[in-house]
Design a protein around this ligand. Structure first.
Ligand SMILES: CC(C)(COP(=O)(O)OP(=O)(O)OC[C@H]1O[C@@H](n2cnc3c(N)ncnc32)[C@H](O)[C@@H]1OP(=O)(O)O)[C@@H](O)C(=O)NCCC(=O)NCCS
Length: 159
């Protein structure tokens, strides 16, 4: 597996991962019917990354951007999505480790996740195992399609 910055040619592979994740409405605070154009603008606004296999197929993608502007721009934010067929094999962990390294290289002082769905146990455990702490949980801030109103964790890691 190779993790690298995404290029324009990677977009179809990235969109193939993003679309079902967002449509499912279980893990991201995006409109479930987001257009491809809007998704691309959001995912590539900062730095976008892909994890690819030996054949070049996109297994996972991540994006890294500043969490706030101006005096808040030294804190990064990031998003991660792994293809269902590649989940549970350490791809998410490797991708996040890479993005944390990138964030340090770019001079960020911390990384903050604003909206980690509390029922997304796999993600919460992964972020915690990489050093993130839950600062607070905004109650009932996420409307899960099956679980109803659930909390959103704000998670933080000093870089
Ligand atoms: C969350 C996500 C990025 C994790 O990627 P992944 O490649 O599946 O995760 P990994 O295989 O690297 O597993 C990492 C850790 O997740 C945890 N984990 C894995 N499977 C788990 C499960 N079934 N239940 C609970 N925790 C689990 C473990 O802590 C594991 O640590 P380990 O490496 O010590 O075993 C991926 O599942 C995904 O894309 N989900 C949909 C989109 C999403 O939720 N993005 C994150 C939004 S905050």
């Amino acid at each position: 597996m190779l993790i690298r910055e995404a290029g324009a040619d990677d977009w179809p592979g990235i969109w193939a991962i993003i679309r079902p994740v967002v449509e499912a409405g279980e893990t991201f605070t995006w409109d479930r019917d987001v257009s491809q154009e809007r998704a691309r603008a959001m995912w590539t606004a900062g730095h976008a990354y892909v994890a690819v296999d030996e054949s070049g197929a996109v297994l996972a993608t991540a994006e890294l951007h500043r969490n706030q502007g101006g005096p808040g721009s030294h804190v990064a934010n990031a998003g991660f999505m792994v293809s269902p067929s590649a989940q549970g094999r350490g791809v998410g962990r490797a991708l996040c480790a890479h993005v944390l390294q990138e964030a340090r290289r770019l001079g960020y002082r911390a990384m903050q996740f604003n909206a980690v769905v509390e029922t997304n146990v796999r993600a919460v455990r992964l972020w915690q195992s990489l050093g993130f702490e839950i600062l607070t949980t905004v109650p009932e801030a996420f409307h899960h399609p099956n679980k109803g109103f659930v909390g959103l964790h704000v998670m933080y890691l000093k870089l």
